[in-house]
Design a protein around this ligand. Structure first.
Ligand SMILES: NC(=O)c1ccc[n+]([C@@H]2O[C@H](COP(=O)([O-])OP(=O)(O)OC[C@H]3O[C@@H](n4cnc5c(N)ncnc54)[C@H](O)[C@@H]3O)[C@@H](O)[C@H]2O)c1
Length: 336
C-alpha cells in the first residue's frame, strides 16, 4: 500500500483530498498546524506540525512515498490583499522546507498546489476576459504577495526536477468551493461569503456584495478538484496545469444562484470600497483536456446546493450557540 502525505489536511481541499485517497486504499498521513475545523480527521495518521520549520517537514515526509502539498497561509481576496508580507514569508518557508525534505526523503512524486493568482494582472482587466492558458503566466506580473510566492514555488519545483530528479507536479486551481470550506472570519472566498450572507438574511432582504457585481470568475466544485488533483499526480505531466471550470460567471450570477437555492428574495447592496481582485478571470482548459482526458463538469448550480445547505446549517448552529451563551449569562446575572 502506498504511503502518502497530504499537507494542509486540516484545511478545506486537504481534508476532502485525504478522504478521497483513504477511500482509494492509500495509507494517508495528514499534517497541518491545526485540526480540521468542521469534522474529525480522516487520515490514517494526523500530525499537528508547523511546516515553516525544517525539522517538522522532515518528520512529515518520513517513510512517505508521495506528497500532496497543499498547506499554505491563504484566504479570499480580502485576506490576500491585506496580508502580503505574512502570506509570502510563511508560504516561502513552508514550500522551500517541504521541497528540501521531499528531496532528502527521496519522495517518488511531489504535487504542489498553485493558483490562478499567478497569471498577469494586465490579462484580467475586463469582465469578458480571454481564458488564461498555462503559457500566459510569462512575462510575469502576478497578484502581489500570494501570486509571486506561488509563481516562485512553481519555478522551484521545476528546478528540483531538473537538478535533483524529483518528480514534481504543479496544479493551478481556479476558485474551489464546497462544503467544509471556511465560511466566516475573513479568510472565506466569494461563494462561501455569499452563501453565509444569504443564510443570515431574512426572507426578503439585501446583502452586501463587494464591488459592482460585474466582476467575473469560474468556480470549481470540490469533488471535481480532488479528482483532478489525483489524475494529475498519476499523469506524466511536469509543467503547471490549470484545474478549474471554464464557465465564467459574474458575482451577480453567483448571488442569484445561491439566492434561488435559499428560496429567499435577495437584493444586492454593492460596496465599491471593498477589494474585488481582478476584473475577470477564466480558465483555458485545452491542455487540461489533452493531459488528463477529463475536465471538471459539476455545474455551479449543482455544486452550490450542498455548499449552501451546509453553510445554512452552520450559520443556524452558530446562532444557537450564541443564543445559548446569552441565555446562560442572563441566568447567572439574575442569580447573583
Ligand atoms: N480554495 C481555493 O479556491 C484555492 C485556489 C487556488 C489555490 N489554492 C491553494 O490550495 C491549497 C489548499 O487551499 P484551501 O482552500 O484548502 O485552504 P485552507 O486554508 O483551507 O487550507 C490550507 C491549510 O494549510 C494549513 N497551514 C497554514 N500554515 C501552515 C503551517 N505553517 N504548517 C502547517 N499547515 C499550515 C492551514 O492551517 C490550512 O488548514 C493552498 O495551497 C491554496 O493556496 C486554493
Amino acid at each position: 500500500m502506498k504511503k502518502v502525505l497530504v499537507t494542509g489536511a486540516g484545511g478545506f481541499i486537504g481534508h476532502h483530498l485525504t478522504k478521497y485517497l483513504v477511500e482509494k486504499g492509500y495509507w494517508v498521513r495528514g499534517v497541518d498546524i491545526k485540526l480540521p475545523e468542521f469534522s474529525s480527521p480522516v487520515a490514517n495518521e494526523f500530525k499537528l506540525l508547523d511546516l515553516r520549520r525544517t525539522d517538522n517537514c522532515l518528520e512529515a515526509v518520513s517513510g512517505i512515498d508521495e506528497v500532496y502539498h497543499l498547506a499554505a497561509d491563504m484566504g479570499g481576496i480580502g485576506y490576500i490583499t491585506q496580508e502580503k508580507a505574512g502570506i509570502a514569508a510563511n508560504n516561502t518557508m513552508i514550500n522551500v522546507h517541504m521541497l528540501e525534505a521531499a528531496r532528502a526523503e527521496k519522495i517518488d512524486r511531489f504535487l504542489f498546489s498553485s493558483t490562478a493568482c499567478i497569471y498577469p494582472l494586465h490579462l484580467q482587466t475586463t469582465p469578458d476576459v480571454v481564458p488564461l492558458k498555462e503559457e500566459d503566466a510569462y512575462p510575469a506580473s502576478p497578484e502581489e504577495g500570494y501570486g509571486w510566492e506561488k509563481l516562485y514555488m512553481e519555478k522551484l519545483c521545476q528546478y528540483f526536477n531538473e537538478d535533483y530528479g524529483l518528480e514534481t507536479r504543479v496544479v493551478r486551481f481556479h476558485n474551489v468551493y464546497g462544503p467544509l470550506g471556511t465560511y466566516q472570519g475573513g479568510r472565506e472566498k466569494s461563494p462561501a461569503a455569499i452563501c453565509r450572507k444569504i443564510a443570515l438574511a431574512k426572507q426578503t432582504d439585501s446583502i452586501e456584495v463587494w464591488g459592482d457585481g460585474k466582476q467575473t470568475r469560474s468556480y470549481m466544485y470540490i469533488d471535481d478538484c480532488v479528482e483532478g488533483i489525483y489524475r494529475l499526480m498519476r499523469s506524466e505531466h511536469r509543467q503547471p496545469l490549470n484545474l478549474g471550470r471554464d464557465r465564467m460567471v459574474s458575482i451577480d450570477v453567483l448571488v442569484e444562484a445561491a439566492a434561488k437555492i435559499s428560496g429567499k428574495e435577495i437584493s444586492k447592496d454593492y460596496d465599491l470600497s471593498k477589494p474585488q481582485g481582478v476584473r475577470g478571470r477564466n480558465s483555458d482548459n485545452s491542455r487540461l483536456r489533452e493531459v488528463l482526458s477529463w475536465e471538471p463538469s459539476i455545474t455551479l448550480e449543482e455544486g452550490l446546493i450542498s455548499t449552501y445547505r451546509w453553510i445554512e446549517k452552520r450559520v443556524a448552529r452558530d446562532s444557537q450557540i450564541e443564543q445559548d451563551a446569552k441565555d446562560e449569562t442572563l441566568v447567572s446575572t439574575s442569580m447573583q
